[in-house]
Design a protein around this ligand. Structure first.
Ligand code: UD1
Length: 416
């Protein structure tokens, strides 16, 4: 298995360009299932999760061509089954459920099963489809859904769910009548999808707020669409710049999607300055410890919690990091501790006492964002860090070692 080897202690300097958002690209690609004809999607990142969704759509019989500009035609799909082998590698596969039932009247999707970052159920997706008239059965580890035509409904999400909101927004776009989603997720990725669905002919109001209203259409037309920049990738490189006392231009990002991150990082002492085409991020010699609480957007993203914890590990005081979105999202703590960090977990909080420096060590990635945190720790650690199980990082960071090398990091991938 491949490994990433990092010799720490290099100051990062220069320009890094942010790729298209994984979490926006996945639902937008899936939304092609709602139409008959060629959809053209620009700025699609080259990632393992994107390859998984392409395989899933091809398995249904859709034609899928291209890379960064992707063309998808789901006109001739014949299968409505998402098999376990693909779904287990990527939970977001559940996104196909709503569009398939809406367009084909049926779908059979493997349940995603356990996940390293907590239970992560899909009950809210299912409850919402039932409210729209779908018959749902759970059999042999699969969700089977049927409906001759979904009907608009008023749906209240008990918990703000990103893929839940996206799944139902897609289903509602082909449903009869109007669907109202309350306590909907407000993430920019939801807005990106809503814009694409509007281009297809659905009438959607309120995306980006807690209440979204979708007026379904009988048929939708194919679109040409773009993917927003990845705010989590941008935040990761911002933290990398801060950790190494660097000076990095984060180009092609959307600063307005990064407000909570920018606020939090500035409190640690980092300089973050808007520039043409992005943000200039300047690290400070002394990192101030701050408390962090993850929240749904527009709050501080859970997908940057592990990376922020690395920065707090070298802070000047004590930081309390509270994870409120997922249970059990602290698997990176043990590995960071092996690199010399002083972190105690108490329920859904981690108490991080700043230390004067981290030390390189062999470590193991456990999930996507945890692996990003280990790379960041390696950048600032003294000596050599070897990270194994890096297939996790390839799910969500495009060409990470190339991008980091181009701004001065000593990082390489070794084939194993
Ligand atoms: C999405 C993102 C992921 C991010 C997460 C939170 C994608 C592809 N993935 O994941 O990177 O970390 O949002 O910002 O966009 N929940 C339920 N029942 C459900 C659905 C969710 O209880 O039916 C709970 C989850 O267990 C979790 C919370 O709701 O505690 C939020 O999860 P959700 O927003 O659904 O996360 P994902 O959409 O899976």
């Amino acid at each position: 298995m491949d490994k990433i080897i990092i010799h720490g202690g290099k100051r990062l300097e220069g320009d890094v360009r942010i790729s298209g958002s994984k979490n926006a690209a996945l639902p937008v690609i899936v939304s092609s299932l709602l139409t008959d004809g060629w959809n053209i999607i620009h700025n699609v990142p080259d990632l393992a999760d994107i390859r998984t969704i392409k395989r899933l759509l091809s398995g249904f019989g859709a034609e899928v061509e291209g890379g960064k500009t992707l063309r998808v035609n789901a006109g001739g799909i014949t299968s409505c089954e998402a098999p376990y082998d693909l779904v287990r590698t990527m939970r977001a596969s559940i996104l196909v459920l709503g569009p398939l039932v809406a367009r084909m009247g049926r779908a059979r999707v493997s349940l995603p099963g356990g996940c390293a970052i907590g239970a992560r159920p899909v009950n809210l997706h299912l409850k919402a489809l039932q409210a729209m008239g779908a018959e749902i059965d759970l059999r042999d580890g699969y969700v089977e859904a049927r409906a001759s035509r979904l009907k608009g409904a008023k749906i209240y999400f008990d918990i703000s769910t990103v893929t839940g909101t996206e799944n139902i927004m897609m289903a509602a776009s082909l449903a009869e009548g109007t669907t109202i989603l309350e306590n909907a997720a407000r993430e920019p990725e939801v807005v990106n999808l809503a814009d694409v669905l509007k281009g297809m002919g659905a009438k959607i109001r309120g995306a980006g707020t807690e209440v979204i209203e979708i007026e379904g259409a009988k048929t939708l037309r194919p679109v040409e669409a773009g993917i927003i920049p990845d705010r989590i990738e941008a935040g990761t490189y911002m933290i990398a710049a801060g950790l190494t006392g660097g000076d990095v231009n984060i180009l092609g990002c959307r600063p307005d999607h990064l407000d909570a991150v920018t606020t939090g990082l500035k409190e640690t002492g980092m300089g973050i300055i808007p520039i043409d085409g992005g943000l200039r991020v300047v690290g400070s010699r002394d990192v101030t410890s701050v408390d962090v609480k993850t929240l749904p957007y527009p709050g501080f993203p859970t997908d940057l919690q592990a990376q922020m914890m690395v920065l707090m590990s070298i802070g000047g005081g004590v930081s309390v990091i509270k994870e409120t979105v997922f249970e059990n999202r602290f698997m990176h703590v043990n590995e960071l501790t092996r690199m010399g960090a002083d972190i105690t977990v108490d329920g859904n909080s981690a108490i991080v006492r700043g230390v004067s420096g981290l030390r390189g060590a062999p470590v193991m990635a456990t999930d996507l964002r945890a692996s990003a945190s280990l790379i960041l720790a390696g950048l600032v650690a003294e000596g050599t860090t070897g990270i194994s199980r890096i297939y996790h990082i390839d799910r969500g960071y495009e060409h990470i070692e190339k991008k980091l090398s181009s701004i001065g990091a000593d990082v390489r991938r070794v084939k194993g």
